[in-house]
Design a protein around this ligand. Sequence first.
Ligand SMILES: C[S@@+](CC[C@H](N)C(=O)[O-])C[C@H]1O[C@@H](n2cnc3c(N)ncnc32)[C@H](O)[C@@H]1O
Length: 259
Amino acid sequence: MPTASCRDHFREIASRYRAVRSLDVRAVRRIAKALARLVPAQGERGLRLLDVGTGTGRYLVALSEALRELGVPIARAVGTDQSSAMLKRFTGLAVTARAEALPYGAAFDAVLTFNALHHLELDRFLAEAARVLRPEGLLILYTRTPEQNRETIWGKHFPDFAAREGRLYTAAALRGALERSRMFRSIRFRIAAWWQLTSVPTLLRQARARHYSTFRFYAPREFEQALERFRARVRRAYRFPWAIPARNNHVIVLAARRR
Ligand SMILES: C[S@@+](CC[C@H](N)C(=O)[O-])C[C@H]1O[C@@H](n2cnc3c(N)ncnc32)[C@H](O)[C@@H]1O
């Protein structure tokens, strides 16, 4: 999706984004525990966090709450995004900026990104993340791989969904980019297993709201036909349309900024 239409998508969906996207609470807790082990930079009273592609800031807010529960002080939690429409829904410290040109020096203990990596120019973002991280600071990427995308309810039942979503990075591509950058060490991949209970009405409402930008790869009429086939397939595949178990696994990638 070209940058302009990515911006259009998020401008259009900003007001309903929180209502149609679910949040992976278990992954947030795991990430909070990893951050709890990170010692703040010298002279700082707490962690300095940067969430890139923060959107409405919902993951940054959840993460800050999880850290407070663990008793970890936060000195600064900043969310950046290229979409001011998305940031308007964020009540925290928000800065409009592209991930490929972050307006900071080496000012953060951790740089995070949730569900945004496939929109970014990966090598340029990694270079920027390395630049704004202090030495030994942590980079944390939360994303779906193409394989995981295929295993979601959309990948399995929405016609052509996984094939049209060509932007997601494989684990090998992510590792390759991190290694190529030479800026990170101790690269670890963790599976964030996530089962959700959903329903046919919820799924249809989400798709109609274009809760995934992948749906922008369908022309309107084509989308309606695909949605109808999806509805029929899901109704056939699950006995109870009001209680459908749906897999939504992700990966969490952690890497330390080299000294
Ligand atoms: C799927 S949303 C995820 C938002 C948020 N992280 C979440 O999980 O709720 C992707 C976000 O990335 C932003 N984005 C896309 N390309 C970007 C770029 N090059 N630089 C900064 N933000 C970008 C979009 O505006 C959007 O808010």
